[in-house]
Write a protein that binds this ligand. Structure first.
Ligand code: FMN
Length: 321
């Protein structure tokens, strides 16, 4: 798949995940062999106010191309200015969020609220495309609700203003994360536009991605929840799509060595207090399927210093499988 100057081979993308795909996690996914990672969604307004926490989210130093930044907002001009700022901070691709279902986002006419206001969605995309000299992409849901599916109409509008790739999460806003993603809509969108379409929703193992491509004809797949505590899912899926064989899962040792490296990155970028707090959530995901996971979970939640967290990881390494 070609996106601007980038030739993306067998594209398997790590989804934008607020509170998860920060710099430390993106580097961890890249360290285990995933190439295509997305930032968390970043507020256009906060960027324009130069909010320091938000500017930190745009720290892309040392990250390989393509650096994909996702923005959310509701005003075309503010979005265009935010996109310019992101490009100044070394973004290579700007993605626009048209899918976030969270009430605090929707009430500001952002995220999936744009599915109810296609003229606004189109103006935002057009303003961003005009403002920057890098590819602009959009990640969307199917519509607000089952009886207001707008995926095809929106996809065509976005293509007409110069959006270069679409990611389609096969759910409506009203579904949030419940039920199953409807892959058939991904197929219909793919057939309706000429730009590349990435399928998203419910890819939990490499073979799911194969089925999704077969059923929808999509040009790439995006994985969100399946990668929580499991960064290997991205390269393993890429391997499956390339060679048709499933790579074995990482051993417990490999898992926790990578988790430890992830933790050191979190500490480096977020400091001890916030870093420890954030790592608890990742650590609980990493221990999924490990023996005594329930007890380990309690220990993780009770860690009070980085050394205590390191000790839990080291102990898992000694225990082995
Ligand atoms: C914790 C969490 C945070 C998310 N944050 C974002 C986000 O910032 N931007 C976005 O476009 N989608 C976000 N999503 C949606 C995912 O990117 C993805 O579309 C959705 O989880 C479906 O894919 P999956 O079935 O592979 O998880 C988030 C989902 C979760 C679970």
């Amino acid at each position: 798949m070609k996106l601007g100057q980038y030739e993306l081979e067998v594209p398997v993308f790590l989804a934008p995940l607020a509170g998860v795909t920060d710099k430390a996690f993106r580097e961890t996914v890249r360290a285990v062999g995933g190439n295509y990672v997305w930032t968390e969604m970043i507020s256009d307004k906060a960027l324009n106010y130069q909010n320091s926490r938000t500017l930190n989210m745009l720290d892309l130093t040392g990250e390989a191309e393509p650096r994909i930044v996702q923005l959310f907002g509701s005003d075309p001009e503010t979005m265009a200015r935010a996109a310019l700022l992101a490009v100044e901070c070394k973004a290579n691709i700007i993605d626009i969020n048209m899918g976030c279902p969270a009430p605090k986002i929707v009430k500001n006419d952002e995220g999936s609220a744009l599915l109810k206001d296609l003229p606004r969605a189109k103006s935002i995309a057009s303003a961003v495309v005009q403002a920057v000299n890098v590819p602009v992409t959009v990640k969307m849901r199917l519509g607000w609700s089952d009886d207001t599916i707008v995926a095809i109409e929106l996809a065509k509008l976005l293509e007409s203003v110069g959006v270069q790739m679409l990611t389609v999460h096969g759910r409506t806003r009203e579904q949030f994360y419940s039920g199953y993603a409807d892959w058939d809509w991904i197929r219909r969108v793919k057939q309706a536009v000429r730009i590349p379409v990435v399928g998203n929703g419910d890819v939990a193992k490499p073979e799911d991605a194969g089925r999704m491509i077969e059923q929808t004809g999509c040009d790439g797949v995006m994985i969100g929840r399946g990668a929580l505590g499991n960064p290997w899912l991205i390269p393993r899926t890429q391997h499956y799509l390339r060679y048709g064989t499933v790579m074995s899962e990482p051993s417990i040792d490999e898992r926790f060595l990578v988790a430890m490296q992830h933790f050191e990155r979190v500490l480096r970028y977020k400091g001890e207090r916030i870093g420890l707090n954030e790592m608890r959530k990742h650590a609980v995901w990493y221990i999924k399927g490990v023996r005594n996971a329930a007890q380990l979970r309690d220990e993780i939640m009770q860690t009070r210093s980085p050394d205590e967290m390191r000790a839990v990881f080291s102990r898992i390494l000694r225990i082995g499988e």
